[in-house]
Design a protein around this ligand. Structure first.
Ligand code: 4NP
Length: 145
């Protein structure tokens, strides 16, 4: 199973989802591969935002070695599930999908809602990291069946 997490910059939210789900999947020996990417390319090659690195570390995850990537249309073939953090990400990624099969791979990471972009508010990193961790645990339970 290959899962791609997507947000705008690929430095705050999707690196958390990427690192946490990969860690939990490894713990369960699921053999999953989790990656991430951004719909924007401003931060390509950069490590995650230090506030996300810290929030992840506080929960016991190391995301510091990740490097930001830009979403590519080749990812529609490469991944089984493409999970996006908010509705703008959903619109942007769906616009690039050329087949129904590719469109169907794209879903909001949260079942009914968006992961708030914490970039402009330091106080949001902790609640966002906890929300992402909780959802990653649910995803493990749902997709391992
Ligand atoms: P992310 O957060 O999409 O969760 O990585 C952002 C990071 C950077 C910017 C916006 C959102 N930015 O405008 O540079």
């Amino acid at each position: 199973m290959k899962i791609l997490m997507v947000c705008l910059g690929n430095i705050c939210r999707s690196p958390l989802a990427h690192g946490i789900l990969q860690h939990l999947a490894n713990q369960e020996n699921l053999g999953w591969t989790v990656h991430s990417a951004g719909t924007g390319d401003w931060h390509v090659g950069n490590p995650p935002d230090r506030r996300s690195v810290l929030a992840a570390r506080n929960l016991g995850y190391d995301i510091s070695t990740q490097r930001a990537r830009h979403f590519s249309t080749s990812f529609f073939e490469e991944y089984d599930h493409i999970l996006v953090m908010d509705k703008n990400n959903l619109k942007d990624v769906l616009q690039l999908a050329e087949t129904q099969e590719h469109q169907q791979k794209v879903k909001l990471f949260l079942v009914d809602g968006e992961v708030t972009d914490p970039y402009y508010d330091n106080e949001l990193f902790k609640p966002v990291s906890l929300q992402v961790e909780q959802r990653c645990k649910e995803i493990i339970a749902e997709l391992r069946k």
